[in-house]
Ligand binder design. Structure first.
Ligand SMILES: C[S@@+](CC[C@H](N)C(=O)[O-])C[C@H]1O[C@@H](n2cnc3c(N)ncnc32)[C@H](O)[C@@H]1O
Length: 272
């Protein structure tokens, strides 16, 4: 298994961590990405929610989005494996005046020290694609959510992800390498209805999206900038091959000949 940096975020070096922070924050400023977050937040019944859990919160993009929503009077607990990301999330929340409504703590979804049924809503935003055992994580999320509460789960269907590179004969192979370097579970969202049933959850809403960019990338620009180091750090490619792929994508982005696409899916799961 390749070293997906987001699965081992507590062990990556400072350079990789900074790249992850800038990718998460850049994505968190993209209007399409925020719109997809708002779609599931609108559907879960947030105004009535008191206690919200954001699992794998990273820099707190979703926790801050919830805390800043008009009418939200509860509290969001963000949990992440990486202490540096938790520190960053606290600082960003403070700078946005959201410290009262947010708490960020280090924790691991594989062993959560949280009591059963504590949360009205639990969010897993681009987390399960980075886990070795997403089924167990979903059961853990179900455990800490109250009966009648909701789990909002959003992620990329990364098996659909493609960034077209210069050599058409190797395009499929290079796509596969880029997927392996950045996620652990590229097909997990296709298995989610089965995983939800195994965790005793009902699929209440499903939101399908595609982000596709041709010409100059915006949403994928950060990925273009970070894919070279990620290919190397994950062990998927040697430095020279990673540099070739990265510079080719960089040239395409700059010259307006870029093409990239990925499906994203949001699920609202209800705990009966
Ligand atoms: C792709 S990032 C998503 C961050 C944030 N939810 C967002 O969308 O901006 C995945 C996050 O999951 C965290 N993570 C990975 N494995 C974890 C685990 N076992 N327990 C808790 N967090 C974990 C990583 O540290 C990383 O911050």
């Amino acid at each position: 298994m390749a070293d997906d940096p987001y699965r081992i975020a507590d062990r990556v070096d400072d350079g990789m961590l900074e790249m992850m922070v800038s990718r998460l924050e850049e994505r968190g400023r993209d209007a399409r990405f925020l719109g997809m977050i708002d779609d599931y937040l609108d559907a879960v019944g947030l105004p009535e929610a008191n206690e919200v859990l954001d699992l794998g919160c990273g820099t707190g993009v979703v926790a801050r989005r919830i805390a800043g929503r008009s009418g939200f009077a509860g509290r969001v607990l963000g949990i992440d494996l990486a202490p540096q990301l938790v520190t960053r999330a606290r600082a960003l929340a403070a700078s946005e005046g959201l410290s009262q409504a947010t708490v960020f703590e280090v924790g691991d979804i594989r062993s959560l020290a949280l009591e059963d049924g504590r949360f009205d809503v639990t969010v897993m935003h681009t987390l399960v694609s980075h886990l070795e055992d997403p089924g167990a994580a979903l059961k853990e999320a179900a455990r800490v959510t109250r009966a009648g509460g909701a789990i909002a789960l959003f992620d990329g269907d990364y098996a659909s992800s493609t960034l077209e590179t210069a050599d058409p004969d190797r395009a499929g192979e290079i796509d596969a390498a880029m997927i392996e370097a950045t996620v652990t579970q590229p097909r997990v969202l296709r298995r989610l209805p089965r995983m939800a049933a195994a965790a005793g959850l009902l699929v209440e809403r499903f939101f399908p999206y595609v982000i596709a960019e041709a010409g100059r990338p915006e949403f994928f620009a950060g990925l273009v900038d970070t894919i070279g180091p990620m290919l190397v750090a994950s062990g998927v490619a040697q430095e020279d091959e990673a540099a070739t792929i990265a510079s080719d994508l960089g040239d395409a982005a700059e010259s307006g000949t870029f093409f990239g696409a990925c499906n994203y899916y949001g699920y609202v799961l209800r705990k009966p």
